[in-house]
Design a protein around this ligand. Structure first.
Ligand code: C2E
Ligand code: MG
Ligand code: MG
Length: 409
């Protein structure tokens, strides 16, 4: 295996010994050229700003002048798009915090190297380098105007994607989650985190959610014609739930489409703090009375709270992917996952593990007996018309393969 795709790497560490060891290892692993530097400010000013930015940056978290966190911020400002590896002697939690920061900024973090660094760990990290997929590729922090978004909603540029949700015990696909995307004429497929906030802040979220709902019911009717009967989850904003007519709107759409309310699950995250919970509570209870199911999304992140669990008649908890992916490898993450799952069981809810990204995550959720799982390992979100094909591939092989027991367990 060769890593010539890294034509050059920058090692940023104030310790000359680490600089030397890492350069030697990188060159041995076929990285074409390595530059070392002991000062983050200098690295940003002379190297990254030179217009010939490195393909890979390995940097120390703890440096005397500008520290690693400030350096990450500098990279974000410069829209650095190469790979990143954090080197550190710090404890695991500090490393994790830095890793989360880098990922939140959509930097391509390949992983962490704990000192003393080993060549085999470094090689494994380099192997993880994959070019960003179309789905993940985003123009960095583009801000859309409310006018532009409103026009997009009205002209039908928003489209629904659907991500399968499977039963952990049998592997059977039991439902899908609806995830909205914007097919932007210039920017390509734009992800919801880039425009849901705009819709919420500028009074467009009701219009957006209605467009999503209409799309869902049309899609369900099409699936029914192909004999696909699934439960469908839809994300709703807290702001939608202030409008007292919301339950009637959803109920009418469901009735017109001939879809039983119990097949529809509304996922709620507390995205904006509402001072007055009376209206949302009223709406949620009425939705529940009409037979719709309610799910609390991103559980564990603080967007969703224990108080909501007490106050709102939920049926399901979705454990946020931050507490699922790699929970098997990290005691802190694992503790939060276990606590969420236990809470869900004690309250008689169904639990969904979000963000099952690889085989190890899948084996972990199976072992812990979570009810449902969702994540890239099972499938990425896809347009509705691709679901039939995915289902038949899943049923004709993948599912059996995933239900075989863990290697070595
Ligand atoms: P969410 O409801 O928690 O949805 C799950 C998000 O995680 C989706 O991102 C999905 O593509 C992504 N995901 C699924 N599996 C994996 C995995 O294995 N690894 C990783 N790293 N990510 C995974 P997406 O589609 O970008 O949506 C982001 C958020 O936008 C959603 O989070 C939801 O809160 C919001 N959203 C999406 N559609 C709508 C909508 O129609 N209305 C409203 N109000 N919010 C929406
Ligand atoms: Mg959701
Ligand atoms: Mg979620």
């Amino acid at each position: 295996m060769t890593y010539a795709m890294y034509s050059w790497a920058l090692v940023l560490d104030d310790d000359p010994f680490v600089q030397k060891t890492l350069s030697r290892m990188l060159l041995k692993l076929d990285v074409r050229d390595v530059v070392t530097c002991g000062n983050a400010e200098l690295a940003l000013a002379t190297i990254i700003d030179s217009g010939n930015s490195p393909d890979l940056v390995l940097f120390d978290l703890n440096m005397p002048e500008m520290d690693g966190i400030e350096f990450v911020r500098g990279l974000v400002e410069r829209q650095y798009s190469g790979g990143l590896i954090i080197i550190s002697g710090e404890d695991e939690r500090v490393l994790n915090a830095a890793a989360i920061l880098a990922r939140e900024h959509r930097l391509t973090l390949l992983g962490q190297l704990v000192k003393p660094v080993s060549s085999s760990t470094l090689r494994k990290l380099l192997e993880k380098w994959v070019p960003k997929s179309v789905e993940e590729h985003q123009p960095i922090s583009r801000i859309y105007s409310p006018q532009e978004l409103q026009q997009a909603i009205q002209t039908g540029e928003l489209v629904n994607f659907y991500q399968p949700i499977v039963a952990v015990s049998s592997g059977q696909c039991v439902g899908v989650e609806t995830l909205v995307r914007w097919r932007h004429p210039r920017d390509g497929l734009v992800m919801p985190n880039n425009f849901i906030g705009v819709a919420e802040e500028h009074g467009l979220i009701d219009e957006l959610t209605h467009a999503v709902l209409r799309g869902v019911f049309t899609q369900i009717a099409e699936w029914e014609r192909s004999l696909i009967h699934l439960r469908v989850a839809i994300n709703v904003s807290m702001i939608n739930l202030v409008s007292l007519s919301f339950p009637d709107i959803v109920a009418h759409l469901a009735k017109d489409a001939g879809v039983a309310p119990r097949r529809i699950k509304l996922e709620v995250t507390e995205t904006q703090l509402l001072e007055d919970l009376r209206a949302p509570l009223d709406v949620l209870v009425r939705l529940r009375l009409k037979g719709f199911r309610l799910s609390i999304d991103d559980f564990g992140t603080g967007h969703s709270s224990l108080a909501q669990l007490r106050d709102i008649p939920f049926d399901q908890i979705k454990i946020d992917r931050g507490f699922v992916h790699r929970a098997w490898a990290d005691n802190t993450v694992r503790a939060i996952y276990d606590a969420s799952l236990n809470l869900s069981r004690q309250l008689g809810f169904e639990a969904v593990a979000e963000g099952v990204e690889d085989r190890a995550d899948w084996d972990f959720v199976r072992k812990t007996g979570c009810d449902l799982a969702q994540g890239y390992f099972i499938s990425r979100p896809m347009p509705g018309e691709q679901l039939a094909q995915w289902l038949s591939a899943w049923e004709s092989g993948v599912r059996q393969e995933l239900m075989t027991s863990t290697k070595g367990a």
